[in-house]
Design a protein around this ligand. Structure first.
Ligand code: 1CP
Length: 372
């Protein structure tokens, strides 16, 4: 167990924020709210900053990252900032030839399919993940927590399976077929790849928390394509390993929030279409389960009783008439009352063509509704 420094935001500035309290199982007078992909193309001020700058270039520029991360906090008054980065940033920093292609997503120059391909990845970290690898990230996190004050910054990483899906497929895919074939046809190659990714992911999360982030979210976006049996046997142990460095951290002397969960840094686990995996995703060892729009929160609460939930406004309804969306937001809040604590979010990321005014209105509506 490692203690966080005494001046870490979780020991003071953000410990009693509604978000950290909710992640630790405590309710506040109002339900906290933030949006996955709240920074990004729905904001004109983001599009202006990104003109002529590639996505990964932006992610490695601490000035840009700081500004882009703060934009939705200023505009919407959300209860948390999420660090502006991408799940492939650690791969790029360690030397994998990956780019983010506009309109498509992460694309690999060389897909990873064989034992030799995984050995080449291992050769990038002969002595483990180097200290200082995440310097552009930790610089930006440090600046952000100074600017954010009592608003918590959420750090994040891609879970080993979702990262492996991109590595093995070579880019985005609908059903992660090549990755799901590899895990069965070459189980040793699969385990080696997944444990390497777990080490990299764990180091990325630890770097963000050590630099001052107040919570960590693990995105296993594509885990929903797996059977429960495959998830439990071939994926979950590696997600658990990825979270271990953060799980071993303790917050000294915090009076609220994190104190409720034994002084741990709160962790959240989210995937898309994971209704059949919610219990298993909790069992990897997280405090909070993120729920996509397909599973109502009261149904999720019955599957993982006693666990704080995050979600799950249907992104499709962001473009519906306001009375329809407002009724849906109230329904999500009512169902979220079945959990010990609830953080309102979307059931997946903000669609790029969303009217940002709608997001601001959701925040106002959630904050105007008394919690339970
Ligand atoms: O040029 C651009 O604007 C590129 C679009 C974009 C953005 C804004 C990408 C490419 N990534 C991001 C930022 C990002 N990615 C954040 C920012 C913080 C915030 O939420 O505001 C986060 C948390 C991510 C994480 C991420 N990247 C995930 C997990 C979350 C999810 O949406 O499921 C995944 C799967 C990715 C891969 C990725 N990166 C970018 C795209 C378009 C994709 C998805 C591609 C696909 O469909 O497979």
């Amino acid at each position: 167990v490692t203690l966080l420094p005494a001046d870490h935001p979780l020991t003071g500035a953000t410990a009693s924020s509604p978000l950290v309290r909710a992640y630790s199982g405590e309710r506040s007078p109002t339900t906290p709210v933030w949006f996955m992909r709240q920074a990004g193309r729905s904001l004109p001020e983001y599009r202006a900053l990104r003109t002529g700058i590639r996505m990964l270039e932006a992610c490695l520029d601490p000035d840009l990252v700081t500004e882009i991360t703060l934009q939705p906090v200023r505009r919407h008054g959300v209860d948390a900032a999420i660090f502006f980065s991408d799940i492939v940033v650690p791969l790029r920093l360690i030397g994998v030839d990956v780019d983010i292609v506009p309109g498509k997503g992460p694309v690999l120059a060389h897909p990873v399919r064989t034992a030799a391909d995984v050995a080449a990845l291992r050769a990038l970290t002969p002595d483990g993940v180097p200290a200082g690898l995440f310097e552009p990230v930790t610089t930006a996190v440090g600046r952000l927590v100074g600017e954010l004050g009592s608003t918590p910054l959420i750090g994040f990483a891609g879970a080993p399976f979702t990262l492996a899906a991109y590595l093995v497929e070579g880019g985005p895919s609908k059903d992660q077929l090549a990755a799901r074939t590899l895990m069965h046809s070459e189980p040793e190659v699969w385990a080696d790849l997944m444990s390497w990714l777990a080490e990299l992911t764990g180091a990325f999360l630890l770097a963000q928390i050590s630099a001052g982030a107040s919570a960590a979210q693990l995105f296993d976006s594509w885990a929903g394509g797996l059977s429960l049996a495959d998830y439990t046997a071939l994926v979950a142990p590696h997600s658990s390993a990825a979270l271990a460095p953060v799980r071993d951290l303790r917050v000294p002397g915090a009076s609220t929030g994190v104190a409720a969960n034994g002084g741990r840094v709160p962790t959240v686990h989210f995937g898309v279409g994971t209704g059949h995996l919610l219990g298993a995703m909790h069992d990897v060892g997280v405090d909070v389960v993120g729920v996509d729009y397909r599973t109502p929160l009261d149904a999720a609460a019955a599957v993982v009783p006693g666990v704080p939930l995050q979600g799950n406004v249907d992104p499709a309804l962001l473009a519906a008439p306001w009375p329809v969306l407002k009724a849906h937001v109230h329904d999500v809040l009512a169902r979220g009352a079945a959990a010990p604590a609830h953080v309102l979010n979307l059931g997946h990321g903000v669609p790029p063509d969303t009217d940002p005014e709608v997001l601001t209105r959701i925040v106002e509506t959630v904050h105007a509704a008394a919690d339970r």
